[in-house]
Ligand binder design. Structure first.
Ligand code: ADP
Length: 427
């Protein structure tokens, strides 16, 4: 049964963590939503970790707490023994929460006095020193996160930030202490717990620090962090022999079945990827204005795709240049335009699955959410990484292989690479 139970505050963050766990040798399932998914005992027996993806980063704190507690009960029910609360590497939150209140509720539910906070992801330039969070060479408060529309981060001192969100004592563990090794860190955490400290912000400058922290938190019932600590913890769990590294944790049975790409993201990386695919595969552009005028358009596009699928991948994209998106948004309103496109791509995904598509790439965070919901997918088994942070996945239930990419991820040839990896995974 799975040992590590993780609760992530958003969908792509969940995938990011799951991806790191797989790379660390843990067989990992991502479950969508707190209401869980029943796993057969033989399914559970093939897993080392389960990550529940919530949508709780920006909801009211009480709701985030409720969702996390439901997820915790679900993970306990699966037999998980250690728990991981995953949030963003830029500590996205406000004075009302949700990181502090959720962590505090999880501590209470697990009846344990202390947890640590490791948002750092050195490979992506997120580091913590003396409790201060850096994005590249800037303090968090001088990064673009200071202007985030929902969770503006204007204070880089995480001890202070978390202090405003919690009721119990917050302290920090510095790099100098970390440098003395994991046993010293464990002793220091015990000492802090003794003094009534419940929340410990940990310095992290590089991957070696993540490994030290991974070893140091092996016996903590609850750890919290970004996705980076997942790598450190996975290697520590395997190193201690708590879990055996799967020979190939990311192995999925593959498929050479028909393939399609649906792009609903207008971000720069996606625009380049769409151009790459348009030059190679039959494609149709989804124009939101045409969609508003003709609700039958998605069905027509599915009929068009049916004709093409036997000879190779097809591409359907709403992706457009910023001026074009702005024009559409002016005519339809930003929300209506977005919702129309998302609903149309979701309908097309359902039609394509009926037409035999078993390899599907979706570009766009919100778009991915809409497609996964329309297809009735409850969970994703996580496979090998296509590009950093984006793995191939296999839908549960069902036999659909998926790569879900938020807008700015992936190299130019991402779509082609993802579909090839799905075909190569044939046992
Ligand atoms: P990203 O991950 O790049 O942010 P999302 O799917 O999360 O992508 O968000 C993109 C939003 O833009 C979606 O709501 C989508 O429906 C909308 N959209 C995509 N193409 C267009 C377009 N041509 N005109 C207007 N809105 C669009």
């Amino acid at each position: 049964m799975p040992y590590l139970g993780c609760i992530a505050d958003d969908f792509t963050g969940a995938t990011d963590l799951a991806n790191n766990l797989v790379r660390g040798g843990l067989r990992t399932l991502q479950v969508i939503g707190a209401d869980g998914l029943r796993l057969e005992p033989e399914q559970a027996a093939q897993l080392d970790a389960v990550v529940v993806a919530l949508k709780s980063r920006s909801v009211p704190a009480a709701m985030a707490v409720d969702d996390a507690l439901v997820a915790l009960e679900y993970l306990k029910g699966l037999g998980c023994q250690q728990f991981y609360f995953k949030y963003c590497s830029t500590f996205d939150s406000t004075d009302a929460g949700n990181i502090g209140p959720v962590a505090e509720a999880l501590l209470d539910a697990l009846d344990t006095p202390l947890t640590l906070y490791c948002p750092a992801f050195p490979a992506a330039g997120r580091t913590v020193y003396q409790g201060y969070l850096f994005v590249g060479d800037r303090l968090l408060s001088e990064s673009s996160m200071r202007d985030h529309p929902l969770t503006p981060m204007t204070d880089p001192d995480l001890v202070r930030v978390l202090g405003r969100q919690t009721t119990r004592k917050v302290d920090k563990l510095t790099r100098a202490e970390l440098a003395q090794g994991s046993a010293k860190v464990q002793a220091r955490l015990a000492e802090l717990a003794e003094r009534g400290v419940a929340h410990v912000i940990v310095d992290t400058l590089d991957d070696a620090d993540l490994r030290t922290l991974g070893r140091a938190c092996l016996d903590l019932p609850l750890v919290t962090g970004g996705s980076g600590l997942g790598s450190g913890l996975a290697s520590a769990l395997v190193g201690r022999g708590t879990l055996e590294a799967a020979a190939d944790a990311g192995r999925l049975s593959g498929s050479r079945a028909p393939a399609a790409v649906l792009a609903g993201s207008a971000s720069e990386a996606t625009r380049g990827q769409v151009a790459w695919a348009r030059a190679r595969w039959p494609s149709r552009q989804l124009d939101p204005l045409a969609l508003a005028a003709d609700p039958g358009l998605p069905a027509q596009i599915v009929a068009w795709a049916r004709e093409k699928l036997a000879s190779g991948p097809v591409l359907v994209y709403a992706t457009a240049a910023p001026e074009q998106v702005a024009r559409v948004q002016q005519a339809l309103g930003r929300e209506r335009a977005g919702a129309l496109v998302e609903a149309a791509l979701a309908e097309i995904a359902v039609g394509l699955r009926e037409a035999g598509v078993r390899r599907l790439v979706v570009a766009g965070g919100e778009t991915s959410g809409a497609v996964v919901a329309a297809l009735g997918i409850r969970a994703l088994r996580i496979g090998h990484q296509v590009d950093p942070g984006v793995p191939v996945t296999r839908a549960v239930p069902g036999d659909l292989l998926l790569a879900l990419k938020s807008g700015n991820f992936g190299s130019e040839a991402f779509f082609g690479r993802a579909l090839e990896m799905m075909a190569e995974a044939v046992p």
